[in-house]
Design a binder for this molecule. Sequence first.
Ligand code: ADP
Length: 803
Amino acid sequence: RSHIHTGMTADFGSKKHKKSVLSPLHLKGMFINERTNLPVYQHSADIVHLISNNDVVLVVAETGSGKSTQIPAYVHESGLLKISAKAAAANVSSHLPKQKYGRTICVTQPRRVAAITLAKRVSEEMKCIPGTIVGHRVRFDDTTDVKGHNTTKIIYATDGMLLREAISDPLLKRYGMIALDEAHERSLQTDVLFGVVKRAMAARKREPERHKEIENVQLKDDADETLYFEKDEEILIRMKETAVALGLPPLRVCVMSATLDVDTFRSFFPGSSMIKIPGRQYPVQVVHSDQIYEDYIDAALNTVINIHKNTPDGDGSDVLVFLTGQDEIEDLASLLKRHLEDLKNDNSVDQNVKGDVVQNIKGIGTSINSGCSMITNGVLICVLYASLPPEQQMLAFRPKPKGCSRKVILATNIAETSVTLDGIRYVVDCGKHKSREYKSSTGMESLVVSDISKAQAAQRMGRAGRVSEGICLRLYTKESYDLLAETTVPEILRVNLAQVVLQLKSMGIHDPRSFSFLTPPSADSIRKSFEVLAALGAIDESMDLTDYGKEMSQLPLDPIYANLLLQSSKFECVSEILTVVAMLSAENIFYHPGRGGDDQGGLAARGAAAHRRFASYEGDLPTLLNVYNAWRKEASYTRTGNLRKTKQKISKGKSSSALLSHGDWCTQNFINGRALTRAHDVRSQLSDLCSRLGMDIHSSCSSEMTTFYRCICAGLFLQVASRLPNSSQLQVKKNSRYNGAETIPSRGHYKTKIGGTIVSVHPSSTLFGRNPAPKCVVYTDLVHTTRMYIRGTTQIREEWLNG
Ligand code: ADP
């Protein structure tokens, strides 16, 4: 039985909601048994009823209960959004013409992969072709409305995409319901969406007298600030008038979450209703390690091997390992592969004799070689992290292939709540995650490996109890667990807000300090983002958006990269910068076989040699340009040399770039073809946007590369670091994740221009170990692991910084 809490101000047909009494909805489509077995199904009619009677409904249910896939489908199938505004107000549904607006449901997700997999799954369940009734919309990938304007009725979008849509349409006219999923994650964009959606909802509220929210807002002492506020209020009034003139139906909001800080949401959405659905969770035994591991990858390796040696495999025996990022995941994958091979060759113990894994947990950091039993080699290792191409991510979700008796999934916190993995019985939790962190004191943002919160630890543990009783093996001590924070700090309090402030300003919110944030960021961090935007020329002295700022907001990029792209017009190298920006958004261009010590017959060395052929002396950004240009050159060569064959393949429905991406060229050069294809797609979409802004997308510096470097410098001038004097002899201890000697000369430490932080060039950079180290570099990322690193480095001349 669900726990329903109704709010005080239910809006339409404002009958007070009774306790859960409605019969579940009648479902159509595919996977009916699976769908009716989900915990939310018993409450389907209640949920639709609540949504139809309230502005805002909070749905709290465990991961895997069916929130994301089912609730939008229930609302769609119930026909609730077909009822026109008038009918809704009068609580009658028939004999009225179909309304034009408010017919679509948007479900927002903090992650691309979740939006894509959910849209695919719901399309299958509704037996429709993806992109017709159900589709996804993520940055540079939109499958909606394939059948014509506004034909998709359920859109799974990243929160950033809906935010972008709100810039041109603050009333979110198309939508009748917005479901903000994964609310507990408190991602930056979802947090901002809460305020944006609240504003649209207030403007579309059908009440003769709108309550005067303005009265609740504190007026500032400064007369200027009051003036800004008045401007924002005027905009809201205009939005309200437009909503009435267009006859917009009310906007319904559903906040969905696995765990929820109810008080925060209740006070943000006064009068909202909440439904809590008990999950189907089996007991999970939690085991903490009895020692602190310096290298949790090693501990994770031993734990997985231990599980595999000592527990029965088969259905419902899969292992999910939480690590912090791609490097760690790739390292563990190759180490595991090697050790599983070793196990295969050791058949000294009867495979049917399996011990108790919990007995062994305390000693997991010790050797795994003694007395190991050969179980099987049928283990499938799957990896799952946000920047992995979607097709590869899908492996983790698919049923086990023939000959595979156990899956071991190595994932980042992506597997905590946002995707559902079936069949997991063992969870191995390293207790860390990677997150963006911004220090407003220094104005710098970096990627930091830090401890998870207790709430995250609980979510990770929960993944083990979905199909049967499970075991969660924590690679940290009980004492360390006790010291963890209760919940994760919302991203909005940790990151650089320049992009958010630019977005809010382009939505007509003049003073972001008066914006209704779920948790308001500090005045200091908003001030810092104003400084960044002012430095980039996006706002003027009166904090008004400049024309340049308006152009920047048209590009779906961080303001720094939007500026870099726009600057390329002036330097006449639009073509080159388009490539660089597209390549930066693709990630994982280089394929590193056998990183982490498993060289697989010299492959690692061959890979490194292949990559060196593209390496530019000047650094990483020109290296990316070299890779893309070489690939395109190969493409045109293949096209002319092999035209007929290519034409035949294209006529079978494959694009030429997709053909080439899988070609020998990528394999020979250890380049990730899919990532290149994606970069190519991103590039063409960015080119279209640049054309619309009147830029000459063919302008190219050809062989005159100095203008290219000057442009990089003009674009990334806020991310500059200068070499410290007398630092060329410093050594860094070898990081086991990278190939190389025991110690590697770092040849230079740098100091960032903004913030004055001491940093080193990251080992993955082409400038790493360069002798002599360049005096001055620009970088794309700051990464904080064992020390502060700069990544994506390119050398520049200091004098260029002065214009
Ligand atoms: P929630 O949002 O509550 O975490 P979902 O709606 O995402 O739950 O998932 C409900 C169920 O649907 C899952 O338990 C799983 O069995 C099934 N499911 C979801 N996504 C997929 C998918 N891509 N492929 C197969 N089954 C899926």
